[in-house]
Design a protein around this ligand. Structure first.
Ligand SMILES: *[C@@H]1O[C@H](CO)[C@@H](O)[C@H](O)[C@H]1NC(C)=O
Ligand SMILES: *[C@@H]1O[C@H](CO)[C@@H](O)[C@H](O)[C@H]1NC(C)=O
Length: 258
């Protein structure tokens, strides 16, 4: 019912050489672009981005992307001892630019992919929501060559109409490209996406400021996102599931021999 996509990063750290062997030699305002990890070795500050291609078909091919936007509604003076409430606006994305999402803790939304033609008993559209977890956004200038090439990191969520030519967020030939065949370029065409066969893209990012514990081989760094049903079932579907009995469970037996 619920899907969690989890990413774990490990491996050998990216390092560069230096003449320094102690932080006491480094000037206060000097930019090492990283952390001195060992004598003559700097772990370079860098980012990682992973983009997930989510070819959504909720109860059929024609779906819409809905940003359920939460805002503060203030009460008028004298109306109530309460000063503020949470208000929901359901903004259905008409075209691709409406679905270029930058995550923001202080301007929160839920992100639903729904089938507007499939309603529940009480009239809510059948859907799944994309639930972000820890994430990171690129700090590079949008016109910087590496950022043009990885334009798919400009937003954390994108929605495009399905096209079999648009499968790889960085384009077919990412390496040394000029960034003219990326998700960012396709999405800026601003095509209609309401009630259509759509693809959602989720970009998961990590900033990595190396530390000594990452050297010489890294412990893992993790993040994830979830796809969860939202008004897809009439009620909690687990209530209808067959109960577990003792024999369904894996029982650890201290006397078991291998
Ligand atoms: C690095 O510099 C600090 C401060 O000067 C000093 O206390 C420390 O012993 C130095 N470490 C090495 C390995 O030289
Ligand atoms: C999806 O929408 C298209 C028009 O955009 C329509 O031709 C097609 O019949 C729809 N498919 C379904 C299964 O509703």
């Amino acid at each position: 019912m619920q899907q969690k996509a989890q990413v774990s990063l490990s491996g050998i750290l990216m390092v560069k050489g230096t003449t320094y062997n102690n932080m006491s030699q480094v000037g206060k305002d000097e930019n090492l672009h990283g952390t001195l990890l060992a004598q003559n070795l700097i772990g370079v500050t860098h980012d990682h981005f992973i983009t997930f291609y989510l070819d959504m078909d909720i109860d059929g091919p024609n779906n819409s992307f809905v940003k359920v936007h939460m805002t503060k509604q203030e009460s008028s003076p004298g109306e109530s001892p309460r000063r503020s409430f949470i208000k929901l606006n359901r903004d259905v994305a008409k075209t691709e630019k409406d679905a270029q999402i930058k995550l923001n803790l202080y301007d929160p939304s839920e992100f639903h992919v729904v089938n507007p033609a499939r309603l529940s008993k009480v009239g809510n559209p059948s859907g799944y929501k994309i639930v972000p977890s820890a994430n990171a956004a690129s700090l590079l200038d949008p016109t910087d060559p590496p950022q043009l090439r990885s334009g798919f990191t400009n937003n954390q969520i994108w929605v495009t109409p399905y096209s079999r030519h648009e499968e790889w967020a960085g384009g077919l030939f990412a390496y040394q490209s000029r960034g003219d065949d990326t998700l960012a370029v396709w999405s800026d065409r601003n095509r209609p996406i309401e009630n259509k066969d759509i693809v959602a893209w989720y970009t998961l990012g990590f900033h990595h400021i190396p530390c000594q514990e990452d050297y010489p081989i890294m412990p893992s760094v993790e993040s994830s996102f979830d796809l969860k049903p939202v008004n897809f079932f009439e009620k909690n579907p687990i209530l209808g599931a067959a109960p577990y009995f003792e024999n369904d469970l894996h029982v650890c037996d201290t006397s078991a021999t291998v």
